[in-house]
Design a binder for this molecule. Structure first.
Ligand SMILES: Cc1ncc(COP(=O)(O)O)c(C=O)c1O
Length: 365
């Protein structure tokens, strides 16, 4: 089957979007800033900020000379959305900052427990501070092995980290099983649940572990405006946790948020019309990747993230090098079981169409 943009994706590239998405689509497709023709190693959402967020960013220029003292409004809005008190919510400059500071604070003198592969930038930082991670391989069906993780919590374990949906697989644990796991694990050590792709899940509040924060468990949930909300460049995110954990995090945060990020986040949080447009865009990009895989006989996992994990059928490092020679960037993750797998980001239709065009060459080379 020949893959064309028209055949697989009703979202047109080059500045136009399908009519259904037009109302929500704020601007033309951005040009990516890197040198590669297809930057598929990243997880941002090129659909970009909502129209209201764009207006708020422009209006925030008037506040640019001043340090921000207006974080309370966004915190209040998040607390109301989550049914939490304000002392159970804090903001950070991207969720990576919160993940890193919490990991280092909580796991000092001990070890972290995490699935592999998973998002691990903060765990790599912690390792540089002498805090090592014990890795638990995914199950053969590529899901997080919650039973093995619970059994692995030992005297040295200070914190459990997991990501829902997991990056790079894009798979979500069953919410009831995850809930049971988190409650049991949190009796022993704090559980940090990274919900960077929260908004993309069907019925996100049912999938989220935010309810466990409401119920008083030592569960910490991080979420970000970087992914579905299209604000990665403005570095704004939030954490939900018990007040003691929020104080622990706040005590380590070194600087305030930025005016534009605060204003944009306040303007777009929970904007249902925008979210449905952004989610439709990302889903269609994922579908486009699925079709490309199918056309090339590659196995893939159906994802709830802004990326798709693909079995290359050959050492992924080799295919990555061949793709790089064709100006396509992809991401690989640690873990022996996944040496043949690469993660492809949803990117833009133009980038995906280019990927679809050159992949047969890379596979056949
Ligand atoms: C699972 C996960 N968590 C956290 C982050 C960090 O995002 P940010 O710091 O922009 O909120 C990322 C970014 O790629 C991610 O994939």
């Amino acid at each position: 089957m020949r893959i064309t943009r028209r055949s697989v994706l009703p979202v047109a590239a080059g500045g136009l979007l399908a009519p259904g998405l037009l109302a929500a689509a704020p601007v033309s497709q951005p040009e990516h800033s890197g040198n590669a023709k297809a930057r598929l190693g990243v997880t941002e959402n090129p659909f970009g900020p909502s129209p209201a967020a764009r207006r708020a960013i422009i209006a925030s220029v008037a506040e640019a000379p001043y340090y921000p003292h207006n974080e309370a409004a966004l915190r209040q809005k998040i607390a109301a959305q989550e049914g939490l008190t304000q002392d159970q919510v804090t903001l950070s400059s991207g969720s990576l900052d919160a993940l890193t500071l919490l990991t280092v604070a909580i796991a000092a003198g001990g070890r972290v427990l995490a699935p592999r592969p998973t998002y691990s930038t903060h765990l790599a930082y912690a390792a540089r501070q002498g805090i090592e991670t014990d890795w638990i391989n995914l199950r053969p069906d590529h899901h997080i092995d919650l039973d093995a993780m619970l059994a692995a919590i030992g005297p040295q374990t200070r914190m459990v980290y997991l990501c829902n949906p997991n990056n790079p697989t894009g798979l979500r644990p069953d919410p009831e099983q995850l809930r049971t796991f988190c409650i049991a694990a949190a009796r022993k050590v704090p559980v940090l649940v990274d919900e960077a792709y929260f908004e993309l899940a069907p019925d996100p509040h049912r999938q989220s572990m935010g309810s466990l924060v409401r119920e008083g468990h030592d569960v910490i949930v991080t979420r970000t405006f970087s992914k579905v909300y299209g604000l990665a460049g403005l570095r704004i995110a939030y954490t939900l946790a018990q007040p003691q954990r929020i104080r622990q995090l706040n005590a380590r945060i070194t600087t305030s948020r930025n005016q534009a990020g605060l204003a944009a986040a306040q303007a777009c949080l929970g904007d249902a019309a925008y979210l449905s447009g952004a989610i439709a865009y990302l889903k269609q990009c994922r579908e486009m990747i699925y079709r490309i895989c199918e056309a090339n006989g590659l196995r893939y996992l159906k994802s709830d993230g802004t990326f798709v994990y693909i079995d290359c059928g050959m050492p992924a490092a080799d295919l990555q090098a061949r793709l790089a020679a064709l100006s396509v960037e992809v991401r690989l993750f640690e873990g022996d079981a996944y040496r043949n797998w690469m993660r492809v980001g949803t990117a833009t239709p133009d980038e995906l169409a280019y990927f679809g065009k050159v992949l047969p060459t890379a596979l056949g080379a």
